[in-house]
Design a protein around this ligand. Structure first.
Ligand SMILES: [Fe+2]
Ligand SMILES: [Fe+2]
Length: 221
């Protein structure tokens, strides 16, 4: 892909992201919530379906991870300077993937513990982003991370269920950090490549659709 940042230009964004969560603030689906108190009877029908919906979105993680792996391979199919960039990016993607996978586990566990039943992860179609400029992969995720952050924050504001509120607080904080990383990378592209990236970014925003937008009925509701 033409127009890629160098490893040196990308690395500070990765370092900032990895430094943003000190070990004592990490969490997981197994230990960080009072699951015994989870109670879906305190949610409305609409709120329960909002939880089910976003569980499926989070469960799409392997698809996102694959896209980055396909477009930024960490092997000898790319020239050494691209490899260096992709290796630096991988420090981000692997942690990011782990966090998104934790979101999927926390939401699925919530459904089980709260009495919503055992969610089954649907078989998903292959996820692809049809972009040819590297900045577009970050601009896309920037919009998506902001959208999920707002979704969690707004859902948390309308529910009255402390365990779900805890889960949503953790999730929206993570999405805010993910957004910050994507915004940092896009800003670096603008700084180093200027006008050449404006059109590709505009393209992403104009055609943005959430993953699964075509496959999930009632999505835009
Ligand atoms: Fe997430
Ligand atoms: Fe995220």
């Amino acid at each position: 892909m033409k127009g890629l940042l160098t490893a040196e230009q990308l690395a500070p964004a990765v370092d900032t992201y990895l430094a943003a969560t000190p070990p004592e603030r990490r969490w997981d689906a197994e230990h960080s919530f009072a699951w015994a108190a989870a109670d879906a009877d305190r949610l409305t029908e609409g709120q329960r379906s909002a939880v089910e919906f976003v569980t499926i979105i989070e469960d799409h993680l392997p698809g996102y991870f694959d896209v980055y792996h396909r477009h930024f391979p960490v092997d000898d199919t790319v020239p050494p300077e691209v490899f260096a960039h992709n290796r630096a990016l991988y420090h981000f993607t692997v942690r990011w993937a782990s966090e998104e996978d934790t979101h999927a586990r926390a939401l699925a566990r919530y459904q089980r513990e709260a009495g919503m039943g055992v969610p089954t992860a649907p078989v998903l179609p292959r996820f692809e982003l049809p972009y040819d400029h590297p900045v577009q992969f970050f601009a896309y995720a920037l919009v998506q991370e902001k959208a999920t952050q707002i979704y969690y924050r707004q859902l948390r504001e309308v529910i009255d269920e402390p365990v779900l509120a805890d889960v949503l607080t953790r999730l929206s904080r993570d999405e805010a950090r993910h957004f910050t990383f994507m915004a940092d990378v896009v800003a670096r592209y603008l700084r180093h490549h200027g006008d050449a990236v404006v059109e590709p970014i505009r393209d992403v925003v104009a055609t943005f659709r959430m993953p699964l937008a075509d496959t999930m009925r009632g999505y835009w509701r």
